[in-house]
Design a protein around this ligand. Structure first.
Ligand code: GDP
Ligand code: MG
Length: 330
């Protein structure tokens, strides 16, 4: 029995052949199925289309379940109070550090290239969460081409080094070259007046890992000297947990964010889930974070906080402080 395919169907099929992306393919296949005359002569084509659609739908759903990035490994959606990207040579202990500080479980192994895609984890700190992103190594032999993008969009960068490694200086050179490529300028390095344009200034720290292998501190001082100026150095042991308790507050505070507890008039504030805003945020910025409509209506606020007397009335341009409790009024 002939299939009697319509010109519209043939046109959709033509677009399917030219479809470049997963989404386009899925869309054109669905269109073809809708346009296909449904009779005995097209049964085989119907079954084939349904099978292809199911397969593409499955592929689309699978990586999302695993939390992986399907199209662009150079972009990890920011979550929580801010995002730190860990960069370092193979075996420095990047994965061990993410494991020790977050609930994520990247594979830790004594051989290189265990981590291929960026893997985010959330580090709890007081009443907020900070995102840490584990990455594949920066190595002379191979560096994933998406790493500069990842560094470019992060809020802060941790350069993870094995203080006991022979090639520490070479690793530092590789990492500084990557920062240059990403146009990242360490926050604590003075910016020259003739600095190249479009630099992104953000906190960059060096983490000297495996401090447990260095009882007399020799490796730590050598590593500290190898790190260029403007990049503060912190010695830790991811496996023994030493130095990590100082690292947690540092990672939150360096993001320069404030926590605000919103409160409805006559009700208790929600002290469990603060809004995290950039330092310098106003009452209006808080209202925007609550809801667009709230922001349109807000006229003033009452504030309970260290810097204010309780319930003090302020206008919508008032700059908030960390841990303020704020009641919005329209
Ligand atoms: N002694 C010691 N070994 C560590 C420490 N952190 C990681 N390692 C070991 O170093 C190797 C590489 O660690 P891993 O986290 O996979 O490194 P990555 O390649 O940078 O992700 C593993 O064998 C870890 O057990 C540490 O603080 N002290
Ligand atoms: Mg790793």
């Amino acid at each position: 029995m002939p299939a009697n395919l319509t010109p519209q169907y043939k046109e959709a099929e033509q677009r399917f052949r030219q479809a470049a992306t997963h989404v386009e393919k899925l869309e054109t296949l669905r269109e073809m199925l809708a346009l296909l005359p449904k009779h005995k002569g097209t049964e085989k084509i119907q079954a084939d289309l349904r099978k292809r659609i199911a397969k593409l739908e499955e592929e689309e759903a699978a990586p999302r379940r695993a939390g992986a990035q399907r199209f662009d490994p150079g972009h990890v959606p920011r979550e929580g109070a801010g995002q730190w990207v860990l960069l370092g040579p193979p075996n420095a202990g990047k994965s061990a550090l993410v494991r020790a500080l977050t609930h994520a479980h990247p594979e830790v192994a004594p051989y290189p290239f265990t981590t291929r895609a960026p893997l985010p984890g959330m580090m709890p700190f007081e009443d907020v969460q900070v995102q840490l992103v584990d990455t594949p190594p920066v190595a002379p032999a191979h560096t994933e081409p998406y790493l500069p993008n990842l560094a470019h969009s992060a809020d802060g960068i941790l350069l993870v080094l094995d203080i006991a490694a022979d090639d520490l200086e070479e690793s530092v050179r590789g990492l500084t070259a990557l920062l240059d490529k990403a146009r990242v300028w360490p926050l604590e390095r003075p910016l020259p007046h003739d600095a190249p344009p479009f630099l992104l200034v953000k906190p960059v720290f060096a983490i000297g890992n495996k401090r447990d292998l260095d009882p007399d501190g020799t490796f730590v001082s050598l590593a500290r000297e190898a790190v260029p100026g403007g990049i503060p150095f912190h010695a830790v042991s991811a496996e023994h947990g030493t130095g990590l308790e100082d690292l947690r507050p540092l990672l939150f505070r360096s993001l320069d964010r404030i926590r605000i507890y919103a409160k409805e008039p006559g009700k208790k504030p929600d002290l469990e889930r603060p809004f995290v805003l950039k330092r310098g945020a106003t009452v209006h910025a808080l209202a925007l974070a609550v809801h667009k409509e709230v922001a349109e209506r807000v006229k003033y606020a009452r504030i309970w906080g260290a810097a204010r007397f309780d319930g003090q009335q302020v206008d919508r341009d008032h700059v908030l402080a960390d841990r303020d409790v704020v009641e919005l009024h329209s």
